[in-house]
Design a protein around this ligand. Structure first.
Ligand code: PLP
Length: 272
């Protein structure tokens, strides 16, 4: 057992994200997902939200220099195998994360460009959208949902899968990294996801992994869980395609299991 452990060390994964005290999204979802995929989870909190399954009632963003103190304390002591970035709140927070990333250069950086919750509540100040774009070149993988993908490109939202892939290709080409295009916001019995990279890093420019659509109201935190799970598995495999092929069935299982979870009156959480 010891040799197995040495051959496959436990990935040390940091989530830089916002808190959802109801446990469904944000750092709470990230830590559960990192643990579920076999990683050691850490969390630097960018923002505190007051929220439940119905919606977000308040957001408090602590002074950005304090986030930097959290990040510096972690990176001064601990080697980070992967970093997942979620809710950032405002431009001052983004600036701190950018300069810390430039200094530390973690081996795996997954950026979930969180802007607006499913409930419609804003998680990133509108004035910070340009600042968020400045983080994109520092991420190895970007995991926007379709509204976020459109927002980052400054275009209308894709209405079908082909248009979504086309937008993903253009975003990937613009920043030279990999984009995960997610089909969860489109209708239909199938739910495709695709890794897109135009620099030859992957075996093909587009690697699509499809699965059945799980129809459930309990999908709160799905995006957070997916991005932190991918960061964790990528730290172990070093292969985005292998990571997506491992994480996708895990997420389908989590969505299916959420049927047995009775949490709140609204858009309930996915079960990790
Ligand atoms: N709250 C926090 C702190 C988040 O980071 C996110 C999404 O990233 C959400 C809420 C929204 O989750 P959902 O849109 O899945 O309900």
């Amino acid at each position: 057992a010891r040799e197995t452990l040495l051959a496959r060390p436990i990935p040390r994964v940091l989530s830089i994200a916002g808190s959802d005290p109801s446990g469904g999204a944000g750092i709470q979802a990230d830590l559960k997902s990192i643990a579920a995929l076999g990683g050691y989870g850490m969390a630097a909190i960018t923002a505190l939200t007051a929220q439940n399954t119905v919606g977000v009632s308040a957001v408090h963003v602590p002074p950005a220099p304090f986030l930097r103190q959290q990040l510096d304390a972690i990176s001064a002591d601990i080697t980070l195998d992967a970093v997942k970035i979620g809710m950032l709140g405002d431009a001052a927070v983004i600036d701190q994360v950018r300069s810390w990333l430039q200094e530390v250069r973690p081996a795996v950086v997954v950026l979930d460009p969180v802007m607006v919750a499913t409930s419609g509540d804003r998680l990133l100040r509108e004035s910070a959208e340009q600042a968020l774009r400045s983080l994109l070149p520092l991420a190895h993988l970007i995991t926007p949902n379709l509204p976020e993908l459109a927002m980052l490109l400054g275009e209308p939202e894709a209405e079908d899968w082909a248009a979504a892939l086309d937008q993903g290709k253009r975003l990937a080409a613009e920043y030279g990294n990999t984009v995960l295009v997610k089909g969860g916001h489109l209708p239909g019995p199938e739910c495709p996801d695709a890794l897109v990279n135009t620099t030859g890093l992957l075996s093909r420019d587009v690697i699509e992994v499809s699965g059945p659509r799980i129809v459930t109201p309990n999908s709160h935190g799905t995006g957070c869980s997916l991005s932190s799970a991918l960061a964790t598995v990528q730290a172990r495999t070093g292969d985005w395609e292998a990571s997506l092929r491992e994480v996708k069935p895990w997420l389908l299982g989590a969505l299916t299991a959420s049927e047995y979870l009775r949490v709140g009156q609204g858009n309930g959480p996915v079960h990790h």
